[in-house]
Design a protein around this ligand. Sequence first.
Ligand SMILES: [Zn+2]
Length: 207
Amino acid sequence: MQPTPSVDPDASDLRPPGPDECRFCGARPAAKVTFRGHQGMILIMRFLHTDGPFCRDCGLAVFRSMTAKTLYQGWWGYASFLITPGIVLLNLFRRSRVARLEEPYATPGLITPQSRPLDPGKPLYQRPAILGLLLPVALVAAFVAVVASDSQTGECVRVSGSRGTVVSCSQSHQQKVIATVERDSDCPADAEGYMEYNGKVLCTRAD
Ligand SMILES: [Zn+2]
């Protein structure tokens, strides 16, 4: 004789969370908020989102996790470079809607993915990902450095006969490069001469 499987008499009464209950843990109160994330991948990008409703703790956990990842995954692409700050600001703006909720209390009789509210974890500013805010500064600095390395401005010119050679100013020289331009007509007014160099025009004056 087979034993009769035990059936929880209340199991049939279990239901998923409703529109005013946290989608993760079922607790109340909950706010209907969507947090977003972004991943820049040079040529392609990915938009992420997690929809509420969230209780206070689950909402803060989702906000912190998605915003932290966006801070270091978001910047990598031309469009992504502009999209990422928008996503971060949007999340910051929406954060208050979950942060100001009362402490979550459990709603009985629910089937939920989490038995209790998620751990919100450390605030964003205490996570290493906050250093991602420096990435745009570093990327711009790297870009400027690449552009600037294409310039001989500040270097010097040694003239021998009709030829000029770009040299370090610590070596013997007669002229200093005061600007690197596309055409000699773009040279500043205080330039005394110019020479063509690697497809650019170096504007010079006696040094
Ligand atoms: Zn929750």
